[in-house]
Structures are given as C-alpha cells and as structure tokens.
Design a protein around this ligand. Structure first.
Ligand SMILES: O=P(O)(O)O[C@H]1O[C@H](CO)[C@@H](O)[C@H]1O
Ligand SMILES: O=c1cc[nH]c(=O)[nH]1
Length: 293
C-alpha cells in the first residue's frame, strides 16, 4: 500500500515536508546540532559545501571535509522536533518518493549530535566534553512508538521509586547509544555519561526564575540517583529522542555534549562559543579517521 498524502507529505518540488530536502541532498553520516547558526560553524571547516537548504529551524548543509561527505542539520530545540527530523531523514533514505512505498533494502544512517548541556555533578567542569552512553528521556516521545523492547525497565523502575516520581509527569525511559559510535568518539578527552533529556530549559531542568517548582529537590534527586555504579551526569533536550528513534528505525546515533553550565556549582562557561568550536573540531577530526564514513 502506498503511503497516503496525509502521512508521507511532500512539497510541490517533491522535497520532504519540514526539512525541505530531496534524497540526494543528504550524506549517510549526519551531524545534528540544536542551533541553526551552529550549522555554518561546522561547515566553515569544510573544503566544499554543495547543498544549503532550510525551512523553519531546520537548516541543512551537505559538503566534503577531508574527503568525507557529511551533512549537518539543525534540529532546533526539543524532542518534538527530533520526531520530525528523525522520521523525515529516514524517509529520505528508506522510502521511495515515487512509489510512496518503503524500500526493500534499508539504509542505515550515522547520526552524531553536537550539543550543549548542563552538568549535574559537582566534579564535571564547564567546557568538558561528555559523550552520552545512555540517555534517560523525560520527554514522552518514545512512549508513542512500539518501543518497550528497547527500554531498560529495571533502571526505570528504580528511578521512579528513588525519586518518588509524580505520576502527573511522563514516565522516564532509558535508552543506549550505538556501541560502534561510542567507540569511535571515545578518548581520554571525553567523559562518558548518562544524559537526562528534559522537556524544557527552566522548570523541567529545575531552574527557578519567578515560578515555583513542583519539586524543588528535583535536580538533587537526579544527581544523587545511582544504578549499578552509574549516575546521571547532565541535562539537555534532544538526546533520548535521537537515541530512541534511531534504534527503532535502524540507524546509529551518539550524542556529544559540550558542558556549558554546572548546575550543582552554579557556574557557566566563560567562552561558550570557543568551547563549542573545540567540540566541533574534535568530532570532525574523529570522523576523518573513522573507517565507517
Ligand atoms: O545547543 P543545543 O544543541 O541546542 O542543545 C541544548 O541547548 C538548548 C537549550 O539552550 C537545548 O536544545 C539543549 O539540548
Ligand atoms: O543547562 C543547560 C545548558 C545547555 N542546555 C541545556 O539544555 N541546559
């Protein structure tokens, strides 16, 4: 059965609805960033850029860096956007837009998020690079998909009990990064961590400006939770959605975080742009030597 026009939505020029891209516009290795302005920060290092397209917060550049064809795309903020970006990137490679049918042979994309984040542990200094070995999603995106088999129910249960989690909030889900990509980007310059993906920057990350929080102790509960020697290390807003949908769709994903804030110590990077640039350079250098690109 071909996918109906209401399900697979193509623009007049046959590009995919939100990303505004054609299948040939993207490489198999894709760097995702939150901030649309970060796309050109990444591709300023490229030798050439052949595609520059965009719509809304979704800016895409594709080009070559040291002989490797790479795409950089901005997701904007939040896992609601990740639902769009992951489904549409997958459609670009795994659905035939002419027949509107899923292809028989599926392609696997490699997704590397280069994002910013806040640390929850006192010893994680600002400007640290942290790779998310696991994500714990406080968004509810994955619960809308048939995904129970991917989740780590034991740790989820332990977390709910430890934090006395309010049932009015969605149930957190735990999901792992891709092992090959974890290996490819690991080094003594990068800390491994468990990243909490939140549905907001303020209340959901325990920030109080003028509004009272439902649980003022939330970040303390998160930072003191332990499971088999692991602790939650940092907060951001996309990783769990990327990991969850990548696993469901058969893609590989890893999330690299530049720690800009330390929420425990109340500190913030003195030069966030420089710190993010250094993480971009780290990721690009590791991609040039990776055998999979
Ligand atoms: O710097 P990016 O990639 O946007 O990531 C982080 O920064 C944003 C909040 O300031 C959220 O998207 C969060 O995940
Ligand atoms: O504290 C922070 C810093 C960057 N991004 C976040 O989501 N939180």
């Amino acid at each position: 059965m071909p996918l109906l026009p209401s399900e697979l939505i193509l623009n007049e020029d046959q590009s995919i609805y939100h990303l505004n891209l054609h299948p040939e516009d993207i490489a198999d290795t894709i760097i995702t960033v939150g901030d649309p302005d970060r796309v050109k920060m990444v591709t300023s290092y490229f030798d050439s850029v052949e595609v520059k397209k965009g719509k809304r917060e979704f800016v895409t550049h594709t080009g070559h860096y040291k002989g490797k064809r790479l795409t950089v795309i901005s997701t904007g903020i939040g896992t609601d956007n990740i639902d769009i970006v992951l489904n549409e990137l997958d459609a670009l490679v795994n659905i035939d837009f002419k027949t509107r049918k899923v292809k028989e042979e599926l392609k696997q994309l490699k997704l590397i998020r280069v994002g910013t984040s806040g640390a929850l542990q006192p010893e994680i200094e600002v400007d640290t690079f942290l790779m998310s070995e696991y994500a714990i999603g406080f968004d509810n995106l994955l619960h809308f998909y048939d995904s129970s088999h991917l989740q780590y129910h034991e740790v989820q249960k332990a977390f709910l009990e430890y934090t006395q989690w309010s049932s009015a909030k969605s149930t957190p889900y735990v999901i792992k990064a891709d092992n090959e990509l974890l290996e490819a980007f690991a080094s003594d310059q990068v800390l491994m961590g468990v990243t909490a993906t939140k549905v907001g920057f303020y209340g959901p990350q325990g920030r109080k400006l003028r509004l009272e929080l439902q649980d003022p102790d939330l970040n303390h509960k998160l930072s003191s939770f332990r499971y088999k020697g692991r602790m939650i290390t940092n907060l951001e807003m996309e990783t769990s959605g990327i990991y969850g949908l990548s696993r469901l769709l058969g893609h590989q994903a890893v999330s690299m975080n530049c720690i800009l804030a330390n929420r425990y110590n109340g500190t913030f990077s003195e030069n966030p742009e420089k710190a993010v640039k250094k993480l971009i350079e780290y990721v690009l250098e590791h991609l040039t030597v990776a055998s999979f690109v």
